[in-house]
Design a protein around this ligand. Structure first.
Ligand SMILES: C[S@@+](CC[C@H](N)C(=O)[O-])C[C@H]1O[C@@H](n2cnc3c(N)ncnc32)[C@H](O)[C@@H]1O
Length: 351
């Protein structure tokens, strides 16, 4: 059977990527040996020889290996139970991917399957001992706070997730704040490139994942984290305490106003609000030291993902008397049929 071998520190992001691509075999056990974690691939993925190879290449530090597998006896797999609940055509129409935020799984179920959603959710709970609650997406992400309506389906009735990522714990109400586990690789990437004594400004900080992960890794860094949604700000304060990071200063308010107290403060600025971050580029130049790095996230058309950010960045740099050099560009994730989320890393130097 095919397994994906990955060094333990990359296991969490590898698992997420595999799960998102529906490639994990939930009926076989994950193995651990000598600092490596081995994730079993499901049959469809194993058979499609070519596909896993290309896909696995995109996962940091991952390799394909062939090994004997052991069955998970104690739990019936999600797929196995689904076969009993759904007809073949219903099963085809069901999106298998789900977002797992610690104890809470968030699934998408078409309205046509509304009468079976409880059974589907219970199958999910039975297949994974970490899942205690299943919620269903009940609308798109909307508004300035970037919230989504969620409907309780099965399990323990709670909306409060306790989720671990890159060695940090985050607690938050999934209805009241924005949180995406799909950015965990980005957070780990920024932790890796931040230097030890930097001053970092995280705009649009949410419940604190970028700020807290950077601060926890770099004890001598100082991080300012600005967030507009009071609930997210309160959870961020709680998460700062849970993770015992004394070097994050949470700030409640609008980046437009609050950043004015941090003129020429930052060596590094993180702008994780893809819908509108480019509207805040002026603030980034105000907060930046004479030399700084900026990481801006944006939604963009899939066929020309970086053009708009490049253009806006050049215009703003000019206006503020900075020279800007792009040092990295990456597609973070697909967002819709025609759009992707991108990140552009750039270095700015006052002229
Ligand atoms: C896409 S979320 C990102 C949250 C967090 N950085 C994360 O990765 O989980 C954007 C966040 O920015 C906040 N926000 C929106 N407009 C803002 C503003 N003008 N000033 C400060 N925060 C803002 C929203 O409330 C939301 O929590």
């Amino acid at each position: 059977m095919l397994f994906v071998k990955v060094v333990a520190r990359h296991a969490e992001s590898a698992k997420k990527a595999l799960r998102k691509a529906n490639m994990l075999d939930n009926n076989a056990s994950v193995k651990y040996n000598n600092g490596y974690v081995y994730f079993p691939l499901c049959n469809a993925a194993s058979r499609a020889g070519k596909t896993p190879k290309n896909f696995i290449k995109s996962i940091k530090g991952a390799k394909l290996v062939r090994m004997k597998h052991s069955k998970r006896h104690e739990r019936e797999g999600f797929e196995g139970t689904l076969k009993k609940i759904l007809t073949a055509s219903e099963a085809k129409g069901l999106a298998r991917g789900y977002d797992l935020l610690g104890n809470i799984a968030i699934i998408e179920i078409d309205d046509k399957l509304a009468n079976k959603e409880k059974a589907i959710a219970n199958a999910l709970i039975a297949s994974n001992k970490n899942i205690k609650t299943v919620l269903k997406k009940a609308g798109p992400v909307h508004g300035v706070y970037r919230l989504r309506k969620l409907k309780y389906i099965a399990g323990e009735k709670t909306f409060v997730a306790r989720y671990r990522e890159n060695g940090c714990t985050f607690v938050f109400d999934v209805r009241k704040v924005f949180f995406s586990n799909r950015l965990s690789y980005e957070r780990s990437r920024l932790c890796n490139i931040t230097a030890d004594k930097e001053r970092v400004m995280v705009m649009f900080a949410g419940v604190g994942p970028f700020a807290i992960e950077i601060a926890k890794r770099h004890k001598n860094a100082n991080v300012v984290a600005i967030e507009l949604n009071r609930r997210a700000y309160e959870y961020m304060k709680g998460n700062i305490a849970i993770n015992k990071v004394g070097n994050v200063k949470p700030v409640l308010g609008d980046v437009r106003k609050e950043s004015m107290a941090y003129k020429r403060y930052a060596d590094r600025i993180v702008m994780p609000m893809p819908k509108t971050s480019t509207l805040f580029l002026d603030q980034a130049f105000v907060v930046a030291k004479k030399h700084a790095f900026v990481h801006i996230y944006a939604f963009a058309p899939a066929d020309a993902p970086f053009e708009d950010v490049r253009k806006k960045l050049a215009e703003h740099a000019d206006e503020h008397g900075y020279k800007a050099k792009i040092v990295g560009e990456r597609i973070v994730r697909p967002y819709s049929a025609t759009e992707v989320e991108v990140v552009v890393d750039f270095e700015i130097t006052k002229q």
